[in-house]
Structures are given as C-alpha cells and as structure tokens.
Ligand binder design. Structure first.
Ligand code: GLC
Length: 466
C-alpha cells in the first residue's frame, strides 16, 4: 500500500466519523432570538488581534467563479459579508471576494465578524432584531441554525442540488422545518498540537495519550526551555469565558468519562468525571499554562504556540496550515494529535464548523446566494482546505489527494470521540445554555469548588430547557 492509499483510507475513516457523529443537529424552535427589543444599527467591525509570527499572504490563486455566468446577472449589486475576522481565514476571504468581484461585477464589502463566537451571536441578534438590511451574507456557527432560522433565506431552491454533495449530517443540521437555512462551509474538531522537535529533544517518541502524561511532558519541556526562553510555557488553550471555553471544557469532561452536558434530554453536567476534569484544568493555570490563559481565545493560543513559546496547544484544524506557513518560526516542527484522555476513556474532540447564510432582510438576496455558492463550491472548499487547512464539507473534496496530503493529522481522527454541543436539544436557547456552562467552567478556573458550581450550572440549564 503506498502512502497516498494509506492516507486516503485513514481519511475514509474520518469522513465516516464525521458522518456518523450526526453532528449537532440543531433543530430549533420557532421563537425569535431573545435579545434587546430596541432596534440597533449595524454592528461595527471589531479590532483584530496582532498577526501571529510568520503570517504571510496567501500564495495560491483563488479559483475562478464557476457560477460567474449566472452571477453576472446581478452585476452592480452591493453586498455586505460578515466574514472570517482574523488570520489565514480572513486572508482567504479577502482573495476570494476579490476574485468574485472581478468575475461577476458584484461588489462585496467585507465586515469581519467579532472573532469571539459568543460576541458574534449578539451582533447577529441585534441585526436581526432591527430587521437590518446591512448584512447580506453571514458566517453561521454549527450551533446556530436553530436559533437564527427564521431570519434566514431558504436556500434549497437555488442551492439544494449543490447541498447534495455535502456531508449529510451537516446539511441536516442546517435544515430547519424543511428549509435549508445555511450552506455547509467547513467543519472543525479540537486537536492537540505539539512541537515535534521539542518532544524529540526531551526524549519523547510520541505525543501524550493521557492528561497525566501531558502534564508531565509539558512540565519537563517548560522547565528545560525556560533557561533560554523565560516566556516559554507548557500548554495553551482557550480559557476565556466564551463559546471557546464551552468547547474546551466539553472535551476535558468527555475525556474524563463525564459525558456531554446534556444527554438524551437529561442534564448530566454535575458528575464526578466532570468535577475531576474541571479541577484538573484549574490546576494547569500558573503551572503548565499561563495565568493569562483565562482570557485566551483561539488566536491568543496560536500566537503563543506559533511564536515558539509553547510545547502544546489545544486548537482547531486551521492552526495547522498557519503554523506551517513559510515564515512561521515553527514551520515543519508541529504536528496535531487527538487530545489526551483519562486512562480507560477516549480522546474527545468538540465538533465545530461554520456555514454561510443569507439574511431574510437582505435587499440583494439573489446576488448574496451567488457569493455563498462560490465560497462553498468544491473549488472554493479545495482552495480553503489546501491553503488554510479548513476541513471541507463536500465528500469528494474531502477525498481529493491534495486535500488529504495537506491535512496529515486527519489520519489520527479515527481515535477521537467527536462530541456535539447540545444545540439540537436546546434549539433557540442554545446560547443561554452555553453561557451557563462556560460561566460555570470559568468560575472553577478562578478557584471555585467544581461540585458546587456544577450544581448551579445544572439549575440554570434546567431553567433554559424548560
Ligand atoms: C470554532 C468552531 C466553532 C466554535 C468556536 C468557538 O470557530 O468552528 O464551532 O463555536 O470555534 O470558539
């Protein structure tokens, strides 16, 4: 069996996993998103964090617009697109939008969404509440179709045929009351990144499998590296009180045998595995993780790791291509593996990912749909996969040999239990449930007793599910 065959087989297992996982089927109810009743204007673009070391412009050329003939009918239309806010994703959006403008004559203004998903949710809530025409196309997190469905255009007539090429469970996730409210764009799951050169230097032949091993290895490497680099730290992750902490904490808890917060309609969050998992994470702060990790988002962790200042990092697949960019200080020195687990448990990876949707209040719906068609096309997804390691949602693109080659970490995905956030069960109230959960996790990280805090989270979730 040659290498490519091997990779393809491994990827086959991954695709299957993604399929079987059922993802977070997010059938929401029809109630409007909760929020302020006072209409507000359009959101303003938020500031972005500093670029990570070695951030380079995308070298590859974006694909020509396959649907240009149809899209040209709407030449002259002006669109506003709530896009990727930072890093390689933002760069890919920029070059693809330029190509789209050139090929179609449709003008697109890019508005970077807040990089924090929880803040993005609030911005969208305000825009929809105001029935604002200031957004046409928007990025939608995998947990939100249920919450925002009633504000989104049913894409099935124009994009239903194209949607058949995508992983079915994600299409189902984005189909609310028979309407395709968002087109799958890329999928995500949590990974453990590590420095291959440092593992070798300190005598480790493979990445850690258990959390105890991670702690020991991170400590040893940190102690050794600090002689030359006082800023060096063992392990970075996302500890700020926001959606990213929900994803991290869910992985810790699931990999300690503590379940997935809500299971079969039952709130299971307060259990010994969950308590142990959160207490463990609390113990990292100020030892193998920086005190400031409680304000870290994805890009803060990536800046530290990509700058050569951390041995391990929890992050999403996009960090792989970014870390291997030409001028990255750690180019060729990183790999990604399943996150650690307790002995006898499985590695967990929270399922993430983003869709593209069109606002019901857009004055330019047809032009907006053509932008979505282009960005989510097989050509578009292949470009984003090979240039930015964003995992495609189109089955044939997932199996494309160039795509497979650009994401070697996918081979290990068969060992990961993919965990969905409970957006299926909570529907439009997912955000409220997630806030209760990440605020609880955050309190434990700040030193509160896990059992007591999880008891309070349980009560808040009970109210949210009522
Ligand atoms: C990533 C995931 C998304 C998740 C977010 C949390 O963007 O794709 O699903 O909600 O991270 O920070």
């Amino acid at each position: 069996m040659d290498v490519r065959q091997h990779d393809l087989r491994a990827w086959g297992a991954t695709a299957l996993l993604l399929l079987v996982a059922g993802l977070s089927a997010c059938r929401g109810d029809k109630s409007p998103p909760a929020g302020e009743s006072r209409p507000r204007g359009a959101a303003t673009a938020t500031a972005t964090v500093a670029a990570a070391p070695g951030e380079t412009a995308i070298k590859a050329k974006p694909p020509a617009v396959p649907n240009a003939a149809e899209a040209k009918k709407y030449a002259g239309a002006k669109l506003k697109y709530y896009s990727e806010p930072v890093g390689v994703g933002a760069e890919l959006d920029r070059v693809m939008v330029q190509q789209f403008q050139k090929d179609t004559g449709i003008e697109v203004t890019i508005i970077p969404r807040p990089k924090d998903a929880t803040e993005t949710y609030s911005v969208y809530q305000r825009l929809f509440q105001a029935q604002s025409g200031d957004v046409d196309v928007l990025m939608l997190d995998v947990i939100w179709p249920g919450a925002f469905a009633q504000n989104l255009v049913d894409l099935s007539e124009k994009l239903g045929e194209a949607a058949k090429q995508h992983v079915e469970s994600i299409v189902q996730n984005n189909t609310i009351d028979g309407k395709l409210v968002a087109m799958p764009w890329f999928t995500d799951f949590g990974l453990l990144y590590y420095r291959t050169d440092l593992l070798q230097k300190y005598g480790y032949s493979k990445p850690p499998e258990t959390w105890d091993e991670l702690e020991q290895m991170a400590k040893k490497i940190q102690d050794g590296e600090r002689a030359a680099n006082p800023n060096f730290i063992g392990f970075v992750w996302q500890g700020k009180a926001y959606e990213g902490l929900t994803c991290n904490a869910l992985e810790w808890i699931a990999s300690h045998g503590g379940g997935a917060i809500i299971e079969d309609g039952k709130i299971t969050v307060n259990n010994p595995g969950a308590q142990k998992a959160l207490a463990r994470a609390r113990g990292w702060i100020g030892s193998i993780s920086p005190a400031g990790v409680t304000s870290y988002e994805e890009e803060d962790a990536r800046n530290t790791f990509q700058g050569g200042n951390a041995a391990f990092m929890r992050n999403w697949p996009y960090a792989y291509a970014a870390g291997n960019a030409d001028k990255s200080p750690i180019k060729g020195k990183l790999a990604a593996a399943p996150l650690p687990h307790e002995p006898g448990q499985k590695s967990a990876g929270t399922i993430g990912g983003w869709q593209l949707a069109v606002s019901k209040f857009s004055p330019q719906k047809d032009a907006a749909i053509e932008l979505v068609r282009y960005l989510t096309s097989p050509e578009g997804q292949k470009f984003r996969a090979t240039a930015g390691s964003f995992i495609p949602t189109i089955r044939s693109v997932q199996q494309d040999p160039e795509v497979v080659k650009s994401m070697p970490f996918l081979a290990s995905a068969k060992d990961i239990a993919l965990v969905a956030r409970p957006s299926n069960r909570t529907g439009a109230r997912y955000n409220e449930a997630s806030i209760a959960f990440f605020q609880g996790a955050s309190q434990v990280l700040q030193g509160k007793e896990p059992k007591q805090v999880l008891g309070q989270v349980e009560q808040r979730l009970t109210r949210a599910l009522r």
